[in-house]
Ligand binder design. Structure first.
Ligand code: ZN
Length: 263
């Protein structure tokens, strides 16, 4: 029996690519297509990857699509305000219920990231031609698996501290820039049953999502963010009268472990 593929939805606002010749030259099929192709290149049949964009009906994220998504990746910038609050509500609910979320680059100011973090998520930036060095600072973390101690993005936008996020549950990468700044470029968070990873590389005018190391990180991140069998939890706020535990049936059977059935 073969494991069913992990269902990934790659969402992007797809605006820069359509209005900027410079960006279109880097990403002629859109950034979402480059991210999708990278995941398929790295993970093959282990994933089923669809793309969704802001200009589609329901912004590509109907209830059915979200229900059929194990991990959602998010790239947004100038279109943040065009994402309706009701969609943010629905994505947040899915994350709390166990859907993985990977927020990329300028998605630090997206509505969904701000909602889930509860802080300003602001940072210092400079669009020049800095060299970025992405350093692995948690070599035991699954998202760092297989990477060298550091890798270079030859030209990239600078994102620097202070990055106004909550303290990450795990910090996987720190970047340094030729201008001298540093930045927490790979951060893990848990919200409800959901796992969230923020990864800062991915400015639209540089071919970052074609770079092998970046594709490797995103593939690892998708695997990490997938929560295959969220634990059952006691629903809502419960007034626990004496004896409720014995009567609750909470001590049910455990689900099978998520072993590789091919191996
Ligand atoms: Zn940018």
């Amino acid at each position: 029996m073969t494991k069913s593929p992990l269902r990934v939805t790659v969402w992007s606002e797809n605006i820069h690519e359509r209005v900027s010749a410079r960006v279109a030259a880097v990403y002629p099929d859109g950034m979402h297509e480059a991210i999708r192709a990278g995941l398929v290149e790295q993970l093959g049949d282990a994933v089923a990857v669809r793309t969704a964009t802001l200009d589609q009906p329901d912004h590509g994220l109907t209830d059915a699509v979200l229900a059929d998504t194990d991990v959602l990746t998010w790239w947004g910038h100038v279109g943040h305000d065009q994402v309706p609050d009701e969609l943010v509500d629905r994505i947040q609910a899915r994350v709390l219920d166990g859907m993985g979320l990977i927020v990329l680059h300028s998605g630090h100011l997206s509505k969904i990231f701000g909602r889930l973090m509860g802080t300003a998520c602001s940072l210092v930036w400079r669009e020049a031609d800095d060299r970025e060095v992405v350093w692995v600072v948690d070599p035991a973390h699954p998202i760092a698996a297989g990477l060298p101690p550091a890798f270079v993005i030859p030209e990239h936008e600078m994102y620097g501290e202070h990055f106004a996020i909550p303290q990450p549950d795990n910090l996987v990468f720190i970047s340094s820039f030729s201008g001298g700044e540093v930045f927490r470029s790979g951060c893990c968070f848990h919200r409800g049953k959901g796992r969230i990873f923020y990864f800062s590389p991915g400015h639209e005018s540089f071919p970052v999502y074609f770079q092998p190391e970046v594709r490797h990180v995103l593939a690892n991140a998708v695997l990490w963010a997938h929560n295959p069998a969220p634990a059952r939890v006691i629903p809502g706020t419960v007034h626990a009268q004496t004896g409720w535990f014995e009567a609750s049936g909470l001590l049910g059977a455990v689900a099978p472990n998520q072993l590789d059935e091919d191996g």
